[in-house]
Design a protein around this ligand. Structure first.
Ligand SMILES: [Zn+2]
Length: 383
């Protein structure tokens, strides 16, 4: 989730937008302007475009209220969270660490749709109070904005209650299954599978409607289904990864014999050593005075003609830009951190001293071994 625009920090939670929302914002504004042209042509260009833009901006405010409600419940229940990124189709609260019990999961999930639903009803109520008849096109720009936002927030709440992971309804379903079965992992697998089924239904329905002549709107349904399918599949995979890596910590997988290199080493000589040793991660400096980290990725970022004039210290990632981890970090979390930071290794420190490094390759090797053993186990118990 790197491609995001930072907006603001509220109650210690960083709010951001995924770039895909810029496209959505344009689509919303243009389609609203078209709708206002059709229903209230007498308003004139200026009023129509101002109304469309104001509605688009307020729509985002509603999405933030929805996401913030997830974040506040997570905070109140002690689940660490520091970032919300609005993603395609609503938001995605980035919650670090899983909720520790089904009731936290339940409230964290359901509060979003409740927030959107209440917001929707409130907006429609205000529109009624200011003279909207409850049906037909609203007469003034103010009422039109209120009514559109009211319906869209109701729709957002309802859509998110569809019981498939990763939608909020999927979270709620998972919480209920977790409460019944007592197994967090099994309920995640079931909720993710349900999400995949829902997604396939969406795709099927969208394609069917399209060929029945419903036009582009039907393709949107199929597209939403496709997006859900991807997300549910990712959740399923992650849950399986979690099962395979259960109990594994960074200390079990890290290598402790990481080589050190002097910051003054000429870069071309370093490349020579790199090829000779076949290692992928070098610390720069010493264990007591670490200056940085250098990997093939960092060297590749520099044109090879310049290698003779540069030193390791010019190409390294300086120590203040390195994400260090503790040997107690669960292996799955290390894997997720590498994906998020777009790196292939994480240096491990104990009491501020470099203790080793854990790489994607280490974790994937362990995964492969464990999945082979799991198959063997399954055969063994079946026999
Ligand atoms: Zn939500």
């Amino acid at each position: 989730m790197k491609s995001q625009i930072r907006l603001a920090t509220v109650f210690g939670v960083e709010l951001g937008l995924h770039y895909s929302w810029l496209i959505i914002a344009l689509l919303i504004t243009f389609s609203l302007a078209a709708q206002f042209h059709a229903t209230n042509a007498a308003w004139g260009e200026g009023v129509i475009w101002t109304s469309a833009i104001v509605t688009g901006v307020l729509f985002f405010a509603g999405l933030f209220a929805h996401e913030l409600s997830h974040a506040l419940v997570a905070k109140a229940r002690g689940v660490p969270i520091h970032k919300i990124t609005l993603f395609l189709l609503g938001g995605m609260a980035q919650i670090e660490g899983e909720p520790s019990n089904p009731s936290t999961e339940f409230w964290m999930g359901i509060v979003g749709p409740i927030t959107s639903g209440v917001l929707g009803l409130l907006l429609l109520g205000v529109a009624r109070a200011f003279g909207w008849q409850g049906s037909g096109a609203p007469a003034t720009p103010g009422l039109a904005i209120l009514v559109w936002l009211g319906y869209i927030n109701l729709l957002l709440g309802a859509f998110n209650m569809i019981p498939g992971f990763p939608l909020d309804g999927g979270r709620v379903l998972r919480a209920i299954l977790w409460w019944i079965t007592g197994s967090a992992r099994r309920s995640t697998l079931i909720a993710a599978r349900t999400g995949q089924v829902v997604a396939v239904l969406f795709i099927g329905y969208g394609v069917f409607r399209f060929f029945a002549g419903s036009g582009i709107g039907a393709l949107w349904t199929a597209f939403i289904g496709w997006f859900l399918l991807q997300a549910a599949g990712a959740t399923y995979l992650q849950s399986q990864l979690g099962t395979l890596l259960a109990g594994q910590r960074v200390r079990d997988l890290m290598s402790t014999d990481s080589p050190f290199v002097s910051p003054d080493t000429p870069l071309d000589q370093f490349v020579h050593d790199l090829l000779r040793t076949g290692r992928r991660c070098f610390f720069v400096g010493s264990a007591d005075r670490l200056l940085g980290l250098i990997t093939p990725q960092d060297v590749r970022a520099i044109e090879s003609e310049k290698w003779t004039q540069m030193r390791v210290s010019d190409a390294m990632r300086p120590v203040n830009r390195i994400h260090f981890v503790s040997p107690d970090m669960p292996a799955l979390e290390a894997l997720e951190t590498m994906a998020r930071e777009d790196v292939n290794q994480l240096p491990v420190t104990i009491d501020g001293r470099v203790a080793g490094v854990v790489t994607r390759a280490h974790i994937l090797q362990s995964l492969q071994l464990r999945s082979e053993m799991a198959k063997y186990d399954a055969h063994g118990s079946a026999a």
